[in-house]
Design a protein around this ligand. Structure first.
Ligand code: PLP
Length: 463
């Protein structure tokens, strides 16, 4: 399978090249030349597979230039770090099925993709004899998941910028207690936006980027999306099998649109078995307005109790836009230029109809999120994290009788103990992976939010 850019200005390339490239060189995002569709016999066979085997089978459709045995080994190893025997179990509570994606090392769904991506990077660098310096900015969850994905790996260093004193104590410790020699935590005196802007600026310095082989781990990387497709397939087959229903809906707490785009790819892969994707947002609701009113116009980012979704401009939206434009790359490039210039996109009636067939959407505000956590705990004795609660709230509003609803549980509640405590009157129990953090050794360098300072740091430590 070959990969192309949403903006149509790159030559087709194989999977491994797309993974190393991250963002397409024409500024677009990489996508398969055509999305695969599984036939009935394949789907039947998939129903019987354990998670790592199913993930291997799904990934094999997309990563056709990695030898089958190597790919199987990479996938198997990626999920040995998960603490649940089913990796991503689906648990029924009342009317809803909860897909638990938080059993990885940092207790958020990002581990599912970043454990795999770390192993793919290592494998490709061993093959090429190269090295890589990963650079990223985080507001909390991505940083620790990326660090755990590559800690201790030989040909890779990772530099993660987080805003000093502006991530939660647990999020900070999850990053800074990883003291492997290839891991560098930089606490910047500034905001997440400052960090993100510096990372963009450094990546735009092509000479520096090439000299230090900078690599990216944000969700524009195709390997992250495709690793997430697997759990949609797993959960859909589980729940259709158990309930006898021909199709399911999914509810997805959404920020950068990466996770729900993986759901879109899974929906194409399993024809007829995934009816709708429910796009759930907090008060940062550009995408809900897009689905419900066709209004794609940028607003101010507000801080919420589901901080990993405090995003207005979703970096993966362009991938969906490409399909909405009937795979017309020129039109997609024009749309993105318009949006960059005006902060607004508008859609034709025909496109709005397509959007309505793909998605339902709802916003759940802070009071609503706290109420969902409280009510779900009272009804089922289960504590949801605030991101998951946004998805559950949207699912409760939009579910239809007779269609099983699967809600993605994207983080463990203990990562967001303060908000959970407000909802249920006591902090959530700390799992072993978090309880030990406060007594562990940690390492972190506090620096000014200055691009040259960051570059110098990389030069000194890149090795
Ligand atoms: C990153 C994140 C999200 C949002 O996922 P996107 O792929 O950015 O839409 C939701 N919940 C949690 C807990 C996250 O860490």
């Amino acid at each position: 399978m070959q990969y192309i850019s949403t903006r149509g200005r790159t030559a087709p390339m194989p999977f491994t090249e797309a993974v190393m490239m991250g963002l397409a060189t024409d500024g677009g995002l990489l996508l398969p030349e055509s999305l695969p569709r599984a036939d009935a016999a394949t789907i039947d066979q998939w129903r019987r597979l354990r998670y790592p085997d199913l993930a291997g089978a799904v990934l094999a459709l997309f990563a056709t230039d990695i030898p089958a045995n190597d790919l199987r080994d990479l996938v198997q190893r990626s999920y040995t770090t998960f603490t649940h025997p089913e990796i991503t179990p689906v648990v029924r509570h009342g009317d809803l099925h909860i897909l638990e994606l938080f059993h990885g090392p940092t207790l958020a769904f990002k581990d599912v993709a970043l454990q795999f991506l770390g192993n793919v990077f290592e494998y490709l660098l061993q093959r090429s004899g190269g090295r890589m310096n990963i650079l990223g900015a985080t507001s909390g969850d991505t940083g620790s998941a990326a660090i755990y994905g590559v800690r201790g790996k030989e040909r890779i260093n990772i530099f993660i910028l987080h805003p000093h004193k502006r991530v939660s104590r647990i999020q900070e410790l999850q990053m800074t207690t990883v003291i492997d020699p290839n891991v560098f935590n930089l606490a910047i005196r500034g905001t997440f936006d400052d960090g993100q802007a510096m990372v963009k600026g450094i990546f735009n310095d092509i000479i520096f980027k090439d000299a230090y082989q900078l690599g990216a781990v944000n969700s524009i990387n195709w390997a992250r999306i495709v690793a997430q497709v697997a759990y949609y397939v797993y959960a859909a087959l589980r729940v259709t099998g158990e309930t006898g229903s021909p199709a399911v809906d999914f509810s997805v707490p959404t920020g950068n649109f990466g996770d729900i785009f993986a759901g879109f790819v899974a929906r194409r892969l399993l024809p007829g078995q995934i009816r709708r994707l429910v796009l759930a947002t907090n008060e940062n609701n550009l995408l809900t307005r897009f689905v419900n009113q066709g209004d794609y116009s940028i607003g101010q980012v507000v801080r919420t109790i589901s901080p990993s979704m405090d995003i207005q401009v979703a970096s993966n939206f362009e991938r969906y836009l490409y399909y909405l434009n009937n795979e017309d790359a020129d039109r997609t490039a024009r749309d993105m230029a318009t949006f960059a210039a005006t902060g607004v996109l508008s859609f034709a009636a025909e496109q709005r109809q397509t959007i309505g067939q793909d998605f339902l959407a709802a916003t759940v505000d802070e009071a609503g999120t706290l109420a969902v956590i409280r009510d779900f705990y009272d009804a089922h004795g289960v504590v949801l994290d605030p991101h998951t609660a946004v998805g559950v709230g949207a699912a409760q509003a939009l579910r239809e009788p007779g269609v099983p609803m699967i809600c993605l549980a994207t983080a463990h509640p203990a990562k967001f103990g303060e908000a959970v405590g407000r909802a249920i009157g006591r902090p959530p129990e700390l799992p072993a992976a978090l309880a030990g953090l406060t007594t562990m050794a940690s390492r972190c360098t506090v620096v000014d939010a200055d691009m040259d300072t960051i570059k110098e740091f990389i030069v000194r430590h890149a090795g």
